[in-house]
Design a protein around this ligand. Structure first.
Ligand code: AFP
Length: 337
């Protein structure tokens, strides 16, 4: 095992290529990794640690909070708030931003526990995070500071709490995956230079929403389902884990398309997933692995955020399939948002 670089060694090594690196960013990533290890430990102990079930509270999205949502959020805050690397944090579980105690150079955005409907059934969960630079304006942090398009992320990653715990990371120079050795308490590089195959015959979507989708997505999925007797001339396979981390991880490993498109289920919501906490970090990772991420009409990373908890339609994965879905959107008659 020790012939593989640890996450810390890997980060220090890559920071060495930046002449102006101070070690601040390395420290931040170490703190995030420490939080992920602590969350992994709570998730793994499950019922034994009495962490399953509802917390009896709701978040800003109006969703029920699970005990593990609260634990993961608190853990991420505790690991970062006094360390000096951050000016503020924003979390899917908090209504407002949380300024830290020093004016650090970075902003941390996170979904502390993605796929939390999976907590009570011992299925895969994850943590998603993204790092932005603190604007150089000398004032105390405000929510506006977080409204930077995804192209401005300097790092994005996720921890996957599955049969093994993994941390997958990009700093804009490709994507690398690390597996946690639980005995040593260290993440080791196990998946260097992850690349999403451009072609795939696998898609992931919540089919129960089919009647609410807009025509381009209905067309794409109908063609996949028609298989070898349809216009695509080949069979497709479908998956749905209800945890974006798990879906993206599968796509990074063997290709595929993940869709949570705009639908008419609740006209007040242009999508289910959150731009800052889910869509942008995953879009950065997917692009860095050679894939594509769009809203349908636009490149995800170009969307300018306008609110902390903004929702967006998400379509990402293997380039040739995502490009096809983008083409279907372009060919479709203009739809009311
Ligand atoms: P939660 O973390 O709130 O459970 O949501 C998970 C998620 O945001 C994303 O990870 C899944 O892909 C999607 O929601 C699942 O949504 P459905 O329950 O509508 O299938």
């Amino acid at each position: 095992m020790l012939n593989r670089p640890t996450l810390t060694q890997f980060i220090i090594e890559s920071q060495g290529h930046h002449a102006d690196a101070t070690g601040d960013f390395t420290g931040l990533l170490n703190d995030v990794a420490t939080a992920c290890k602590a969350i992994a430990s709570a998730v793994a102990r499950g019922a034994l640690a009495d962490v399953l079930g509802s917390a009896g509270s709701g978040n800003i999205q109006g969703e029920e909070q699970k005990k593990l949502d609260v634990i993961a959020n608190t853990t991420m805050i505790a690991a970062n708030e006094w360390r000096g690397h951050l000016a503020a944090m924003a979390s899917e579980e908090m209504e407002h931003i949380l300024p830290t105690h020093q004016r650090g150079r970075y902003l941390l955005v996170f979904d502390p526990l993605d796929g939390s409907s999976n907590t009570d059934i011992n299925m895969t969960l994850g943590t998603i995070f993204s790092v932005l630079r603190t604007p150089d304006n000398g004032r105390d942090p405000v929510a506006d500071d977080f409204f930077q398009p995804g192209t401005r992320q300097i790092c994005a990653g996720y921890a996957l709490y599955g049969p093994s715990t993994m941390l997958v990371l990009t700093t804009g120079q490709g994507v690398n995956g690390f597996t946690l050795d639980r005995n040593l308490g260290e993440f080791f590089l196990t998946h260097p230079d992850m690349v999403i195959p451009a072609d795939t015959s696998e898609f992931a979507i919540n089919m129960s929403n089919e009647r609410f989708w807009y025509p381009p997505v209905q067309r794409y999925v109908a063609e996949c389902r028609a298989g070898r007797t349809g216009p695509r001339g080949r069979d497709f396979n479908m998956r749905w884990i209800a945890s974006m981390v798990a879906e993206v991880h599968r796509i990074l490993n063997r290709g595929g398309v993940f869709m949570y498109p705009r639908d008419l289920k609740d006209p007040a919501k242009p999508g289910r997933l959150r731009l800052l906490y889910e869509a942008n970090p995953m879009a950065f990772i997917v692009e860095q692995a050679g894939g594509m991420a769009i809203t349908g009409e636009a490149r995800m990373l170009d969307v300018k955020p306008t609110s902390l908890h903004q929702r967006v339609p998400v379509i990402l994965g293997s380039t040739n399939e995502v490009q096809r879905i983008a083409d279907y959107h372009r060919e479709a008659p203009v739809m009311a948002a």
